[in-house]
Design a protein around this ligand. Sequence first.
Ligand code: UDP
Ligand code: MG
Length: 230
Amino acid sequence: MNLSVVIPVYNERETLAEIVQAVLATEMAYEIILVDDGSKDGTRDLYPQIEALAPTIIRVILHEKNLGKGGALQTGFRAATGDIIIIQDADLEYDPRDYPAMIRPIVEGKAAVVYGSRFRGGPSKTMFFMNMVGNKFLTLMANILYNTILTDIETCYKAFRADVIKGIPIRSRGFDFEPEITAKVLKRGHRIYEVPISYNGREYEEGKKIRPWRDGPIALWCLVKYRFVD
Ligand code: UDP
Ligand code: MG
């Protein structure tokens, strides 16, 4: 099965080349789709060099305006041609060496959707208290609303059978993508498989963009809303 790696990129010049090299090093990517979400920090100057690393594998799509992570992912999903699609953030918080574990349940036909959980025993940098509380609370709400037992809905590592993700209409432009896709996958009756992954969180000074006080309440609202609408 062919693996498409979709990377949303917004102002990531410090880490982009390194993460693309780490993805290439797995030798698992059939294609790598970089969706630049309107970067303004010089990231765009790097694309010729980055594409030259593997011209047959790497494709770059540019958004003129910043839409948010959800918007970038929608562009990437539409462009992807593989059988399995995995989301890869452009920072170094998640490690492509976890790809074999991430896609195994799909390859073996056990699942259509796999989440990499930071709370299932993998090595993990101990990050911010409020982000953890927010994530645990949102995950609990998702479990109650959709009758399941996930441990980490806000994880970036989500892998999908391509036909499943392409068949789900997504409205979210920003970080509300995570609750929306979780809600819609569960509503469609797919059991999400979880596997432990490693996590090397980054600091806000290093460019982390999610804000628990802003994005947490939006995510909660989405979980409730998508219980009733689609
Ligand atoms: N991102 C994006 N558009 C945005 C904000 C973020 O494409 O408007 C990308 C960002 O470059 C990164 C991913 O989405 O690859 C997740 O962002 P970040 O690491 O800041 O979020 P967190 O790890 O805190 O969830
Ligand atoms: Mg990140």
